[in-house]
Write a protein that binds this ligand. Structure first.
Ligand code: ADP
Length: 229
């Protein structure tokens, strides 16, 4: 669950009003696209969710954590409750596919037994069982993104946030990645995807949040992209 209550974000260093009085609530199990022109405030919005940035006014609530009151010791637990996927994959180049995914479990102190059970199962979900021993540079872009999705899922977070996850992929591969997000969503994981991928937003008929100049200008249940590109 992600809730913004009248959230305003001013970057104090340069006085930029990046978000202004933004309110919305995303319930467990929803699939939401976040759209808007460059500079509209999409990254700021996702950074507030993971507490990388802090709201200037208003309240952000994520998976029962009230972020204005969150204790330092709880920040790792907040971050553990959110799987992140990026446009540029951000895999560790010297580790195998298996180890990239296992590493996300190691850092939270999972046992070797849990890791040995869980990693193969997640790699199978993303269709990469055969590539477990390969290094990222031996994989296609789509396969690398699947690894990063496996890594985001491996600790079973209730929420996955993806920032332009198909930005580096050709249209067919992008379609497969979007399909994978839909499958993950079907098992109950909340998905928030910031994207400029107009065709997918228009075709998939999901909830759409649109920000422009820091304001939430649209929140549509089965929305479209709404901009020409
Ligand atoms: P988007 O992700 O939609 O492109 P951003 O959230 O990155 O938009 O940016 C929103 C506004 O905030 C822009 O004017 C941008 O220049 C500004 N901004 C973003 N990050 C910072 C930062 N760390 N410090 C100062 N200004 C920032």
């Amino acid at each position: 669950m992600i809730e913004f209550k009248n959230v305003t974000k001013v970057y104090e260093d340069n006085g930029t009003l990046a978000l202004e009085n933004v309110s919305f609530k995303i319930n467990k199990g929803e699939f939401v696209f976040l759209v808007g022109p460059s500079g509209a405030g999409k990254s700021t919005l996702t950074e507030l969710i993971i507490h990388e940035e802090v709201a200037t006014y208003g309240e952000v609530i994520v998976n029962d954590f009230i972020l204005s009151e969150i204790k330092k010791n709880d920040i790792p637990y907040l971050r553990r409750s959110i799987g992140m996927v990026f446009q540029d994959f951000r895999l560790l180049p010297n580790k195998t596919v298996y180890d990239n995914v296992a590493f996300a479990m190691q850092v939270i102190g999972a046992s070797r037994k849990e890791i040995r059970r869980r990693v193969p199962s997640v790699l199978s979900m993303v269709g990469l069982s055969e590539k477990a021993k390969m290094k990222p540079n031996q994989l296609s872009g789509g396969e690398q993104q699947r690894v990063s999705i496996a890594r985001a899922m491996v600790n079973n977070p209730p929420v996955i946030i993806a920032d332009e996850p198909t930005g580096n992929l050709d249209p067919d591969t992008a379609a497969e990645i979007m399909q994978l997000f839909e499958e993950i969503n079907r098992s109950g994981t909340t998905i928030l995807i910031a994207t400029h991928a107009k065709e997918f937003v228009d075709n998939m008929k999901k909830r759409v949040l649109a920000v422009e100049n820091g304001s939430l200008v649209r929140d549509e249940e089965r929305g479209g992209y709404g901009y020409d590109i």
